[in-house]
Design a protein around this ligand. Structure first.
Ligand code: GAP
Length: 450
């Protein structure tokens, strides 16, 4: 059933709150703009996305090293990277209502007429606004004690390049990978978790030999292909994924080539993730400022070089929003409207929910708990999470709740299960079809479906 895109977003936000995926940050105090809290199913969904990412890009490869750097770093890190001098957005303020906007995100007509989109008042001069959150380390607040909440995880990997080289002696090409929080004082956080002030990134800094540019291009294309393949692993619709070669004028100053991957969100086609050829910008800048040698010694040619870096970067919150919005589905079953999240089973926070048909029949409840514990144990042995026991409300309500959580399978224990040993009813989320499955074949049936 087609859903109007502008109302679809409102419905997703409401479902995400109702079912415990995403809450407004500091909600009981009226909220804090640009911050979001994740509830139990949001945590599970994010954990699944992060787990799949780490498995694909780190565990299943021999050329990747995981790191987890501190969020607070020496201020020189951000001087060398260029963030202190240049990590800013153009800000304009309305002289009348005092609302602030990112100049580059204003509608064409507002930009040309210099009028405020909210009140038609005159917009003031544009000025550059640095997006890093500044703080001070220790008891004295002076120039020396300045630090920043990191605006990207990337630099935590560049500053550990030498540590990894010294401990593991990797040969080029190899990569460092990190998942962690990043912070940006966005002028206009918007579109739910799409643009927030605190978010999570999953980044790779992949170091290559710059002397073979053909190989560098091949590696860039391969890594880009793996980014797209990850989106497919998450079950995102092919037709909503778009590759954008970023033109010279729009690229970050350090990048020789950038490809953004955009996605059709309910509010339009927007950047989901990216890949950039950062050349030797970062290692060279840190080498220059720290005076610590960040070169690489090629034992074959006996040359010292500064490796170049290709950076595939992913935003976890945007991926979560892409997964949520792509999965959001409305249909009708037996003449009744329903909403469900059509998650790929691998990402679903709950994979299987087990119900007793009636919660006031102790022998059904007891059997359902037994099946629940058995499935939990069997799934855990197979590395699958997300088995849930649910006896809240009648069976219709439980199906509706599980549909909204995106649970692929519901298993019901009824009188025939207990009295006639006649198996259980398994209901599939997408078509709402119910099947009778023998107890001895239940684990196999479900794991196949997941
Ligand atoms: N290290 C490179 C880097 O940080 P970026 O394009 O600025 O590049 C990478 O950010 C990814 O982080 C984006 O593609 C997006 O998914 C995510 N991201 C950036 N700003 C964000 C924000 N304010 N809220 C949520 N996600 C954001």
């Amino acid at each position: 059933m087609a859903i109007k895109e502008e109302t679809k977003m409102e419905k997703i936000i409401s479902l995400a709150k109702r079912r415990g995926f995403v809450y407004q940050g500091s909600e009981i105090y009226g909220g804090l703009a640009g911050t979001w809290d994740y509830g139990p199913y949001g945590v599970e969904l994010r954990k699944n996305i992060k787990g799949m990412w780490w498995k694909k890009f780190v565990d299943d490869r021999d050329d990747m090293y995981g790191v987890d750097a501190a969020i607070l770093m020496n201020q020189n890190v951000w001087k060398a990277s260029g963030h202190v001098g240049g990590f800013s957005d153009p800000l304009v303020e309305c002289k009348k209502c005092k609302h602030r906007f990112r100049e580059d995100q204003l509608e064409e007509e507002n930009r040309k007429s210099n009028k405020c989109p909210d009140c038609d008042g005159a917009l003031g001069e544009s000025r550059q606004f640095n997006m890093m959150f500044k703080t001070h380390i220790g008891a004295i607040e002076d120039e020396e004690s300045i630090s920043y909440l990191r605006p990207e995880t990337a630099q935590g990997m560049f500053v550990n390049f030498k540590n990894i080289m010294d401990s593991f002696h990797p040969k080029l090409p190899f990569g460092l990978a990190q998942i962690g929080k990043a912070f940006r004082n966005e002028i206009a956080p918007r579109d739910f978790i799409f643009r927030s002030r605190e978010f999570e990134q999953m980044e790779i800094e992949y170091f290559v030999d710059p002397r073979d540019q053909k190989k560098v291009t091949e590696t860039f294309d391969t890594l880009f292909g793996e980014q797209i393949s990850f989106l497919k692993d998450l079950g995102l619709s092919d037709s909503k994924i778009h590759k954008i070669e970023v033109p010279d004028a729009d690229r970050a100053f350090y990048s020789k080539r950038s490809v953004d991957t955009e996605f059709d969100f309910p509010f339009g086609q927007k950047e989901l993730l990216g890949i950039a050829y950062r050349t030797d910008h970062d290692l060279k800048s840190h080498f220059n400022l720290s005076k610590v040698d960040l070169s690489y010694y090629d034992e074959d040619t006996k040359e010292r070089i500064i490796p170049h870096c290709i950076e595939p970067t992913f935003g976890l919150d945007r991926l979560m929003l892409a997964v949520l919005s792509d999965a959001y589905t409305e249909d009708e079953i037996d003449g009744e409207k329903r909403v469900y999240l059509k998650f790929a089973p691998k990402v679903a926070p709950v994979k299987v929910a087990v119900f007793p048909l009636l919660k006031n029949k102790p022998h059904l409840v007891e059997k359902a708990k037994e099946v629940f514990q058995m499935l939990k144990k069997e799934f855990s042995a197979r590395g699958i999470n997300g088995v849930m026991f649910d006896d809240n409300g009648n069976i219709g309500k439980r199906y509706r709740r599980q549909d909204e959580i995106g649970t692929p399978f519901c298993v019901t224990i009824d009188f025939d299960t207990v009295e006639k040993d006649a198996g259980v009813t398994v209901r599939g989320r997408d078509g709402g079809k119910q099947e009778r499955v023998e107890m001895g074949k239940l684990v196999e049936y479900l794991t196949k479906g997941i």
